[in-house]
Design a protein around this ligand. Structure first.
Ligand code: IMP
Ligand code: MG
Length: 192
């Protein structure tokens, strides 16, 4: 039997696939179609938070049928660094968003604290409109009751998921599907 590498032994195993690659791609196309209709004639800027939103943004944006710009922010994660609810901006936008139609593209909304923080930051810059498109919505854990979620890919139960941008300690982002993380160490199964 081959011995496990360091990465393999250090990581919890993947559990069931919650959203398959085919399901993801089909839903992303539907969302892109809705967004293309809703933002016709507007100055759409897709804003994503690194690194988790990268895959969703890339797929979503390439199915849009209207002109759109993209930009990125990076923040400290509430979960990793500050459970007290204080976030910090690590990378700001390059674009001026004043008077533009900003769609915040998120990988997942859990407690909602991160999204609320980002909205506060963006609102001070007077965009023409500001809404959220989230791939995953974990409503069971929501703390912030009112978020302007205009588009939602999938509502998921209160489980920790990885893949398609979502990580556990920087691993598993590159999987093309969303899987539940188990708590035992293990290896990455076939990409099917
Ligand atoms: P919030 O609780 O809505 O502020 O979410 C904070 C951040 O926690 C998200 O942007 C994700 O980076 C991370 N997060 C929340 N739930 C999960 C999960 O199930 N898997 C991976 N990351 C998660
Ligand atoms: Mg995130």
């Amino acid at each position: 039997m081959r011995s496990l590498s360091q990465t393999e032994t250090a990581l919890p195993a993947l559990g069931d696939i919650l959203v398959s690659e085919a399901q993801l791609q089909a839903r992303v196309r539907e969302l892109a179609a809705e967004i293309s209709q809703d933002y016709a004639g507007q100055d759409l800027l897709l804003v994503t938070v690194l690194k988790g939103g990268l895959y969703f943004l890339a797929d979503l944006s390439r199915h849009l049928t209207l002109p759109a710009a993209i930009d990125f922010m990076a923040i400290t994660s509430y979960r990793a660094d500050s459970p007290s609810g204080v976030a910090r901006l690590l990378k700001d936008l390059d674009e001026d968003i004043t008077g533009r139609d900003v769609l915040l593209v998120e990988d997942i909304i859990d407690t909602g604290l991160t999204a609320a923080y980002l909205l506060r930051v963006l609102r001070t810059r007077s965009p023409a409109s500001l809404a959220i498109c989230t791939l995953l919505d974990k409503t069971a854990r929501r703390i912030v009751p009112t978020l302007p979620i205009r588009y939602r890919g999938f509502e998921i139960p209160d489980v920790f998921v990885v893949g398609y941008g979502l990580d556990f300690r920087q691993q598993y982002r590159t999987l093309p599907y969303i899987a539940v993380l188990k708590d035992e160490p293990g290896t990455i199964p076939d990409r099917r």
